[in-house]
Ligand binder design. Structure first.
Ligand code: DGT
Ligand code: CA
Ligand code: CA
Length: 364
């Protein structure tokens, strides 16, 4: 097989950076983008924070209250509510620039994509490095966004490489240097490996990818299941033959039902939600998809709409996780609910193809 040239591009501190693009004064301040929950006050979580805020320990997923505590001495700290529409708009503009510069473009999510550029650079990594720099420049000039790019012969190494030097990074891993690049990295650098798995490896006295290579594939398969074991084994060796594939960026799967009676009763609605999840899950399964975003939708008795959604940390294909999240959203959606609900829906989006690391997230 000829050597491929694959880019993984990931925008830096994406939501927070979007906020900086429309208000450059924010750049010098700690910026936290918050998902406020319906409970009011400061309840909710941090979606992301800029690097100034990260210096003080603020990161994705922590409660807003904790972030405020960490930044309590910073009078200039800014806490903003998420504005998904604006982030999607910004993302689409930047994605256009990427598409123009790719032979094959694969959308992964609002803030990341893979590009196969093998043909246009004739397989040459020097040319690839120039192209990557040009893309960074264009995105910075036109959209005012910085991103990090990993360049290598395949998707997995490029994904690891884009995360290697952040923000505003460009990491080139030549085909003959893949082992040299991977071996010193922490096992945690492998996408899909979370705290729990990392701990499992630490207990086995394994810290780096080099250490990980001492474990044979049979042991890994026994420990993590065949699919995940093999995925981890291959990652450690920089092996990944997954092609970069075009993909529709806004597909979602949803099911909606008209309830037997208008209601705002949790038990009754939860039963329906669980059934809807099953139906949605059947579709994702049939299409071999994982999803990262889960949403529910109410049509209320006056036909007005209400919806709630959440983004998972990692994509999943698990029905259980879908149901748990949808039921949780229902609970949140029903707080302060005055009107009864007539129709109920469940949707999943931010889809991706099930592949090696797919259900790795179900146990990580
Ligand atoms: P980085 O490390 O410079 O790439 O920072 P981000 O913020 O771009 O991090 P990334 O690429 O993992 O996530 C992209 C966006 O997804 C991020 O800007 C906000 C959103 N996001 C990430 N983690 C969470 C989370 O735990 N909760 C919520 N609500 N949103 C999240
Ligand atoms: Ca990012
Ligand atoms: Ca990302």
């Amino acid at each position: 097989m000829e050597t491929r040239v694959v880019f993984h591009i990931d925008f830096d501190y994406f939501y927070a950076q979007c906020e900086e693009t429309r208000n450059p004064e924010l750049k010098s301040k700690p910026v936290c983008v918050c998902v406020f929950s319906d409970r009011g006050g400061d309840s909710g979580a941090i979606a992301t924070a800029n690097y100034t805020a990260r210096k003080y320990g603020v990161k994705s997923g922590i409660p807003i209250m904790f972030a405020k505590k960490k930044l309590q001495d910073k009078a200039d700290a800014v806490f903003l509510p998420v504005d998904f529409d604006y982030y999607i708009e910004t993302s689409e503009k930047a994605m256009e620039i990427m598409k123009e510069n790719a032979d094959i473009f694969e959308y992964v999510g609002k803030d990341e994509a893979y590009l196969d550029v093998t043909k246009r650079v004739g397989g040459d990594f020097d040319k690839a490095s120039h192209l990557a720099q040009q893309i960074k420049n264009k995105i910075r000039e036109r959209i005012k966004l910085s991103c990090s790019i990993g360049v290598s012969p395949n998707k997995i190494i490029s994904k690891i490489a884009s995360d290697f030097r952040k923000p505003d990074g460009l990491t080139i891993v030549l085909p003959e240097k893949t082992d040299e690049f991977l071996e010193p990295l922490k096992i945690r650098a492998i996408p899909g490996i979370g705290k729990k798995t990392e701990t499992q490896f630490t207990e086995m006295n394994l810290e780096t990818i080099k250490d990980l290579k001492k474990i044979d594939v049979f042991t890994l398969n026994k420990e993590f299941g065949r699919k995940n074991g093999t995925y981890i084994y291959n990652c450690a060796r920089g092996i990944d033959n997954e092609p970069v594939r075009e993909r529709e960026d806004s597909i979602q799967y949803s099911k909606i039902t008209t309830l037997k009676k208008d209601s705002k009763e949790y038990e009754f609605l939860a039963e329906n939600i669980i059934q809807l999840c099953k139906e949605v899950h059947e579709v994702t399964k049939k299409n071999n998809k994982m999803f990262k975003s889960i949403g529910i939708h109410f049509v209320q008795s006056d036909l007005s709409n209400k919806s709630k959604s959440r983004m998972l940390k990692n994509p999943t294909a698990s029905l259980d996780e879908l149901q748990k999240n949808a039921v949780q959203l229902l609970k949140e959606g029903l707080e302060n609910q005055t009107m009864t609900i007539r129709r109920l829906g469940v949707k999943v989006s931010e889809l991706s193809e099930i592949r090696g690391q797919s259900d790795i997230t179900s146990f990580f």
